[in-house]
Design a protein around this ligand. Sequence first.
Ligand code: NAD
Length: 329
Amino acid sequence: MAKKAKVVLTDYVWDSLDVEKKMLGELAEFVALKTKTPNEFLPHIEDCDALLNTYAGPITADVMARMPVCKIIARYGIGVDTIDLEAATTAGIIVTNNPTYCIEEVVEHAMALLLACARKVVFYDRLVRAGNWDLTPGKPMFRLGGSTLGLIGFGHIGQQVAARAAAFDMRVLFFDPVVQANQSNLKAKKADLRELLKESDFVSLHPPLVSETRKMINDETLRQMKPTAYLVNCARGPIVDTDALVRALDARIIAGCALDTTDPEPLPNPHPLRGRDNVVITPHAAWYSERAMVGLQAGAPGEVRRVLSGQWPINVVNPRVKSNNRAGI
Ligand code: NAD
């Protein structure tokens, strides 16, 4: 009898692995770990045919060199910034992600953070909990309708944030090197980065974390924002230079921020971003809902199942690997 394939799951944050076992059970030996770093999962992956990955990493060329028969690395989430895609392509390893399972959740979370900044919901709730029933400390407050939202990154999430913002009567600008001015049917104006930062009352970040976007929000770009503007980050923490953000808040260069993603993550306690009146932080929760979880859990094992059955997977993020992939598909 042919040897069963081996699938290793580096880490997971959900209660049950029934979905994985059901999808892969008859095809593969399934090894589920709860690791954070390569050193912890390396001893288990040397003979794996597929690697399922949530957050553990980074998955570098060195890590890949230790998995000579691995045919696919399937990420459960959207961002693949912790996987060296060039190295995977060179090694013939297919990399997949799950690009749409939580779009609506992140869009709604970005709107929630934007509204929390505009209407000072979190600020007032903290006051009321402390026994202070008073409108005055929240002043000044501004109307969302008629204000300008600048979206950096205008892909799946950015475009749907634009649609929600339009319903709030906001003017929307976007900066995206790939999406063209008339490519979407949304009422959003393409702008260059400087113009967007200068004109926006809210700047919301939705690009991938790549070398061009790492620390793109820094001392210089923060200084281009309005002193009354808020920054929202539901994308990836390192897109913002954390030290520069702290400096900008200290010097009142911007009015405040709301962050679902931070650098580092989690933020140590204490940290200069924690405990500020004009900062709202959620613990990388934008992606989560009960419905998104169903889509999340089925996606990556589905891709592994396809590859182990000789089918080309659906969401390949390094398509150039087609010509030399180890699975021979
Ligand atoms: P997407 O690939 O659909 O869109 C990203 C857009 O950013 C693309 O249109 C791309 O052209 C653009 N872009 C690329 N480089 C850019 C640059 N230098 N400046 C401006 N724009 C640039 O991705 P998406 O699904 O919309 O995801 C957006 C972000 O949200 C990613 O960083 C992803 O990791 C993050 N995300 C976060 C959570 C969470 O829980 N907080 C969940 C899912 C996704």
